[in-house]
Design a protein around this ligand. Structure first.
Ligand SMILES: O=c1ccn([C@H]2C[C@H](O)[C@@H](COP(=O)(O)OP(=O)(O)OP(=O)(O)O)O2)c(=O)[nH]1
Length: 151
């Protein structure tokens, strides 16, 4: 396990009293983050749920916002943009974009754990335009091209 990075965090006025995002167990990959507001999500409904926190993630890192499997399995609650990307230069409030894919209305209450945050290094890349690409076995095949019986 690598040493944890330190992420500067600013608590916004409506985040007063809320727990910091935290790992629930020693081996957890994601830090649970809680809602800073009450929201009733109708079936099919979406909402960017306030968390009450803003971050300054160190350059070279991102935070990925992922759903909680328990909410997904029991209630059909997910994140339409999963994994959400929190950029290192973003200084606004972390919002968790939640969607109700279930058949019942779902009540989110301030303090409920609604998603998990995974810190990850970012590999930067750049494109180099070329006239032709090299040959490979796969070539142009994709989208289910392998393992297809011929004839
Ligand atoms: O679930 C999310 C996803 C994004 N953000 C914030 C942090 C992120 O750095 C910023 C922009 O996100 P993204 O790049 O995914 O959005 P975009 O639609 O491409 O907008 P922009 O043009 O602002 O980059 O919005 C959140 O708070 N929650």
């Amino acid at each position: 396990m690598t040493a944890p990075i330190t992420i500067a965090l600013k608590r916004l006025p409506h985040g007063e009293g809320l727990p910091l995002p935290a790992y629930a167990t020693d081996g957890a990959a994601g830090m649970d983050v809680v809602a800073a507001e009450d929201v009733d999500l109708a079936p099919g409904g979406r909402h960017a749920v306030a968390t009450g926190f803003a971050f300054a993630i160190p350059a070279g890192y991102e935070i990925q916002v992922r759903p909680r499997s328990g909410l997904a399995l029991k209630h059909g609650i997910s994140l339409p943009n999963t994994p959400g990307t929190i950029d290192s230069d973003y200084r606004g409030e972390l919002k968790i974009i939640m969607i109700n894919l279930g058949q019942d209305s779902f009540a989110i209450r301030r303090g409920d754990r609604i998603a998990q945050l995974v810190a990850a290094p970012v590999q930067m890349a750049r494109f180099s335009e070329v006239p032709e690409l090299d040959d490979t076995v796969r070539g142009l095949g994709g989208f289910g091209s392998t393992g297809v019986k011929s004839g």
